[in-house]
Design a protein around this ligand. Structure first.
Ligand code: DAT
Ligand code: MG
Length: 139
């Protein structure tokens, strides 16, 4: 059975561009409830740990540098079928391929700087949520 929580980050490009409010409104309008949320900044070490699964990929260094380049908004969100529905809301990794009406179609500028993260499985959503938040910060 699909879980009801997912984990997201509004990435440094979208924070720099002043798009926190617009992106949160799209999440809200799609029916996601905020369980946890904070504005924070990842060190290069923490960003590297978060994206460890991509360690062997050619873009890993660039990804770690970008994700630690400025503040992000980290959040746990709740909704039925959260992981799958949220991936639909954010759209394809490459904004050129993201469906109209998705967050990445509206706010992403490139495949590397694509405005938002969304967990890709219930297991990763739980792991990524615990990476950023203590149990006492989940409401
Ligand atoms: P997603 O964020 O859609 O889950 P992913 O897990 O495949 O995508 O990759 C994680 C992030 O790494 C992605 O949001 C942006 C970056 N990335 C992926 N493919 C890339 C590429 N070909 N060039 C540069 N950055 C890339
Ligand atoms: Mg991914």
């Amino acid at each position: 059975m699909a879980g009801n929580r997912t984990f997201t980050m509004i990435k440094p490009d979208a924070v720099r561009a002043g798009n926190i409010g617009g992106i949160l409104a799209m999440m809200n309008d799609a029916g996601f409830r905020i369980v946890s949320m904070k504005l924070t900044k990842l060190s290069a070490e923490k960003a590297g740990e978060f994206y460890e699964v991509h360690k062997e990929r050619p873009f890993y260094g660039e990804l770690v540098e970008f994700m630690s380049s400025g503040p992000i908004v980290a959040a746990i969100l709740e909704k039925d079928n959260a992981v799958e529905d949220f991936r639909k809301l954010i759209g394809a990794t490459n904004p050129a391929e993201a469906a109209p009406g998705t967050i990445r179609a509206k706010y992403a500028t490139s495949i590397g700087e694509n405005a938002v993260h969304g967990a890709d499985s219930d297991e990763n959503a739980a792991r990524e949520g615990s990476f950023h938040f203590a149990a006492t910060e989940m409401f």
